[in-house]
Design a binder for this molecule. Structure first.
Ligand code: ATP
Ligand code: MG
Length: 434
């Protein structure tokens, strides 16, 4: 047969290989512990949703909906579907559909892949992962702060602090309307400097123009009318209380009046956690309040606030900060010489797993020398050797693969099976210094 051509993965969509699994597990473990500390419950929604959900839930005039969404028509029934580019819309859809907020407000979290058709580069992929939270039914600003503290606690436990917290308030709908009119007037008077994106957004989403990365527009944008000059009593009071709570909790932040999160329905709190370790893709988490969203998606008016973390970027910061995985993958490697000794070894493997150990029983055949190499490569702390003699006499040879001088089994020893089992049951933790 001619050699079949290989098929590669999709550009911008990464495999998470076994060597990377521990850092993902570390992140997920820390995140789940912290989420539980704050009473957040997991929700898992589908990766596919109806396209109109995102158009309405994110906004027609946003980067995501205009040019990053994977949309398709289901050829089997003509439905318009999209791979989720984010998960706030999906969570809110689910909450409305199942009436979750009927009796009580909800503190929810999710974790999973998101999809955006962007140009792949460091920190920017077409499939990436977000861990996010959404609190629905809380007016804030206390819950807004709770989420900031929760994120900070995760970052702390992951060892990636300090990060910069940039904060802004988008005010309420009236204030944004007044500001928006002033912005449109201002941009109209600078038509010649506006790029294509900005021109297109001038009347649909002028706020988003403030977020431009075009260097030629920076000076003009810097001098644009600032939303904070339009804040009235309520918004000022909301922001003041939020700042008071942050200060009390010892959270450092800076107000960035240019920080917007594009979407029309965001109000009051918006923020981003930013690292100086990653170059251009520096935002590791973005959050904010979206009080109008639930109603916009057909539910009863319910305030909401949440954040989404870019997990790949966070892992990258962890690596930059020197994260190393020190847990051995395997604790015991059981070797044998085939025949009855293989049966004996497999049985020993089950006994040790009953005792709570992670065990690899050598599969297939092979000399003890080659098995020893595999044991070494597995990272196991001990090799347990079941040769013909051991099998015939109910014994096992124990060899410590690494450790300190003077520790037991640094020199291999053949002992009774019962003694070996007792030894491993008694040491309940394999302390490993690598
Ligand atoms: P950016 O300005 O970097 O495009 P964004 O505003 O599109 O970010 P959000 O929609 O707020 O990002 O998503 C929250 C977080 O998810 C981001 O802060 C980032 O950490 C991460 N993220 C967003 N898009 C990607 C991507 N394509 N690849 C990897 N991570 C991403
Ligand atoms: Mg983006």
């Amino acid at each position: 047969m001619a050699k079949a051509q290989k098929i590669n993965g999709v550009r911008g969509m990464n495999d998470i290989l076994p060597a990377d699994a521990p850092i993902w597990a570390e992140f997920e473990g820390v995140a789940q512990d912290v989420l539980a500390m704050y009473g957040y419950k997991q929700i898992r929604t589908p990766i596919l949703e109806q396209t109109p959900l995102f158009k309405r839930g994110i906004g027609e005039v946003t980067d995501i909906v205009e040019k990053e969404m994977y949309c398709f028509t289901d050829s089997l029934n003509g439905e318009q579907l999209a791979l989720r580019p984010e998960n706030t819309a999906g969570v809110v859809r689910s909450v409305i559909e199942h009436n979750l907020c009927y009796n009580a407000p909800q503190r929810l979290w999710y974790f999973g892949p998101m999809f955006r058709h962007e140009r792949p580069q460091r920190g920017r992929y077409r499939q990436f992962h977000q861990l996010g939270v959404e609190a629905l039914g809380f007016g804030g600003p206390d819950v807004d702060v709770e989420q900031i503290l929760m994120a900070r606690r995760m970052f702390d436990e992951l060892g990636i602090l300090p990060l910069k917290l940039e904060l802004n308030s988008l005010g309420n709908a009236d204030e944004r309307k007044a500001h928006r009119e002033a912005l449109i007037q201002y941009f109209e008077s600078h038509q010649d400097i506006l790029d294509e994106d900005a021109k297109r957004r001038l009347y649909t989403n002028p706020l988003r123009i403030l977020d431009t990365k075009n260097p030629e527009m920076q000076a003009m944008v810097e001098a644009a009318p600032r939303l904070l000059d339009y804040w009235k009593d309520d918004s000022l009071a909301f922001l003041k209380r939020l700042e008071q709570m942050l200060s009390t909790a010892g959270v450092e932040y800076s107000i960035n009046p240019r920080l917007v999160r594009g979407l029309d329905y965001y109000n009051h709190t918006v923020y981003e956690w930013v690292t100086d370790k990653l170059g251009a893709q520096a935002t590791v988490c973005g959050g904010g309040r979206y009080d109008p969203l639930v109603e916009m998606l057909g539910g009863r008016a319910t305030p909401g606030v949440g954040f989404a973390m870019g997990v790949e970027r966070i892992l990258e910061v962890m690596r930059e900060m020197g994260y190393e995985n020190n847990d051995p993958d395997t604790e015991l490697y059981v070797m044998h010489s085939g025949g009855d000794s293989q049966l004996y070894a497999m049985n020993l493997g089950e006994i040790m797993r009953d005792a709570g150990y992670d065990v690899i029983v050598h599969a297939g055949s092979g000399s003890f020398k080659s098995q020893m190499k595999k044991a070494d490569a597995s990272g196991a702390t001990f090799a347990l050797i079941c040769g013909e003699d051991e099998t015939a006499n109910h014994k096992v040879t124990v060899k410590r693969m690494f450790g300190e001088e003077g520790e037991r089994f640094m020199q291999q020893e053949t002992i009774a099976l019962e003694d070996a089992i007792r030894f491993f049951v008694d040491i309940d933790d394999l302390e490993v210094e690598e």
